[in-house]
Write a protein that binds this ligand. Structure first.
Ligand SMILES: Cc1cc2nc3c(=O)[nH]c(=O)nc-3n(C[C@H](O)[C@H](O)[C@H](O)COP(=O)(O)OP(=O)(O)OC[C@H]3O[C@@H](n4cnc5c(N)ncnc54)[C@H](O)[C@@H]3O)c2cc1C
Ligand SMILES: NC(=O)c1ccc[n+]([C@@H]2O[C@H](COP(=O)([O-])OP(=O)(O)OC[C@H]3O[C@@H](n4cnc5c(N)ncnc54)[C@H](OP(=O)(O)O)[C@@H]3O)[C@@H](O)[C@H]2O)c1
Length: 450
């Protein structure tokens, strides 16, 4: 194909940005990275725990991709409500979907929707200052909280509940979040796994952080650490699992320090009902036995955990996008090595990366190799791509503006960035996130004024 090939990457999370990185290594390609939010970086900004400062600093690397010649950031445009998949093809020769997996999976048990029961997704969005999260979504007036699931997200939300606001003011958390955390009455946090410790999904580094908290003791029952044959084999053959189990074993004999909060790491319990009159009061669980194969069987014995707050952290799920194929069962856009499949066959011009390509697993780095695989397909198709009719890069912005869609460009994001840093400096912190969508847009508009 002669001239520059114009590609739209929909989603400015790690996967979308790694795709833009790979694409613009090729001189003939220019990329617009489009996001529904006025701010880039996806879950790096709105998911990664604010107290994981080193991981957060990855923004510096991703920023360089967005600043590269041949790359534009166009925020505030939602695929679906702002622009359709068909319209995109009028402006771009190829489209890469990188919209992630933004909604929670459900437990499907009675009482799950009682007030006081939330998904970890909601809690994470709130403490990360996501513009979709209501400022007053959480009060933390509970004494006892249950976190269901033993993955790294469960560890994140447990740690945030166990830390004091003072410990968290080094983060970019919005003031309204720190104020609620400061008044939190939560004392006991139960993190509950349905299988055994050898089957837990958390990683050792993240687990160990729970044991290093200044204001929380970790409580582990040695009886729940007993391994079956499958567990023993995992511990023997898998270093990461061995370290997890050893850490838990060490904690099960460690004396408590009488700290203000307690994290109870529980295993072999499946939540079967959320109990309460009008709001969450407890979570009833069934005790499980290991079945020797890595799975569990219910024993019929019940244990009820007190909880005025329930956070369900049992994984994420992708959302279908209008006009784009979607596999409801696996929650991904069907694809072959990143080429979107329509009616069972993978064509040219539409591609997919990240969590919406392979499901909600993997750390940020996993998305780099994943994006590379997809971009290889796109580059292979380069000469066969049908050419979009509109070639002026500003035509899409004009069309969206006519329709009342306010596009936040790179200067707009930089103005938001500067406003957040200024708020931080004024309060003796490094950055304070602006959570309110209108306030974000006002900050972005300052780029135009000055
Ligand atoms: C709570 C949490 C904490 C995590 N912490 C870590 C960690 O500490 N370290 C680590 O390595 N990994 C971590 N991960 C995993 C990591 O965040 C993911 O691997 C990664 O973000 C997936 O990238 P993605 O680009 O596919 O999706 P996302 O990061 O979700 O990006 C998707 C982007 O698409 C945009 N979008 C969605 N729909 C539309 C639409 N219709 N139109 C336009 N734009 C749209 C979204 O606004 C978003 O910006 C964490 C995950 C979670 C859930
Ligand atoms: N610091 C980091 O690096 C970091 C931080 C956060 C997230 N992440 C990554 O992001 C990805 C998503 O993390 P995640 O924690 O959301 O998912 P995850 O790792 O898949 O963990 C989900 C947990 O929910 C449990 N679960 C699922 N359905 C359940 C049910 N019906 N009842 C009870 N328990 C149930 C699972 O147990 P079973 O195993 O029994 O199904 C598992 O313990 C992971 O790849 C993770 O590593 C990384």
């Amino acid at each position: 194909m002669s001239g520059s090939v114009r590609v739209a990457v929909i989603g400015s999370g790690p996967a979308g940005l790694y795709a833009a990185d790979e694409l613009t290594k090729h001189d003939a390609v220019s990329v617009d990275v489009i996001d529904r939010l006025p701010c880039p970086y996806g879950l790096l900004r709105y998911g990664v725990a604010p107290d994981h400062l080193k991981m957060k600093s990855l923004e510096i690397t991703l920023r360089k991709i967005l600043q590269r010649p041949g790359v534009r950031f166009l925020g505030g445009i939602e695929l679906g409500s702002g622009i359709s998949a068909a319209e995109l093809r009028e402006y771009y020769d190829a489209v890469v979907y990188a919209t992630g997996s933004s909604v929670d999976r459900r437990l499907s048990i009675p009482g799950e929707d009682l007030p006081g029961s939330f998904s970890a997704t909601e809690f994470v969005a709130w403490y990360c200052g996501h513009p979709d999260a209501a400022v007053d979504a959480f009060t933390l007036t509970a004494r006892s909280a249950v976190v269901v699931g033993v993955g790294n997200v469960a560890v994140d939300v447990t740690r945030i509940l166990a830390k004091t606001a003072r410990e968290l003011d080094v983060t970019d958390m919005p003031d309204h979040v720190l104020e609620v955390l400061d008044k939190s009455t939560v004392r006991d946090i139960y993190m509950v796994g349905r299988r055994g410790p050898a089957q837990a999904k958390f990683t050792t580094k993240e687990l160990r952080e729970l044991g290093e908290l200044a204001h929380a003791d970790v409580v582990v029952d040695p009886a729940e650490l007993v391994l079956d044959q499958a567990g023993k084999e995992l511990v023997e053959n898998n270093k990461a699992i061995r370290r997890n189990v050893e850490t838990l074993q060490e904690w099960s004999t460690r004396p408590q320090q009488g700290r203000a909060r307690r994290i109870h790491l529980r295993f072999l319990l499946s939540p079967v009902a959320v109990l309460g009159t009008g709001r969450v009061e407890a979570v009833r669980c069934e005790r499980n036995d290991l079945d020797g194969s890595g799975s569990v069987i219910g024993t019929g014995k019940a244990e009820t955990l007190p909880a005025q707050l329930l956070l369900r952290s049992v994984g994420y799920r992708g959302l279908p996008l209008p006009g784009i194929p979607f596999d409801e069962r696996s929650g991904v856009i069907p694809n072959v090595a990143g080429r979107v499949q329509r009616n069972g066959s993978a064509g040219t011009g539409e591609y997919v990366v990240g969590w919406i390509k392979r499901g909600p697993t993997g750390v940020i780095g996993t998305n780099r190799g994943d994006a590379k695989e997809t971009v290889e397909q796109l580059l292979h198709d380069l000469d066969a791509l049908p050419r979009a009719p509109y070639r002026d890069p500003d035509a899409i912005i004009e069309r969206l503006n006519e329709r009342g869609v306010g596009v936040v460009n790179w200067a707009g994001w930089e103005a938001i960035d500067a406003a957040e840093l200024a708020l931080g400096v004024a309060a003796g912190r490094t950055r304070i996130k602006i959570a309110d969508r209108a306030a974000l847009l006002i900050a972005a508009a300052n780029a135009l004024r000055g």
